[in-house]
Design a protein. Sequence first.
Length: 21
Amino acid sequence: MLTVVSSALAVFLIYKIVIEM
């Protein structure tokens, strides 16, 4: 469960960085 949350959080951060660029 924690792994899934961490993965989702990492993907969200990467997605946000890509959008800001």
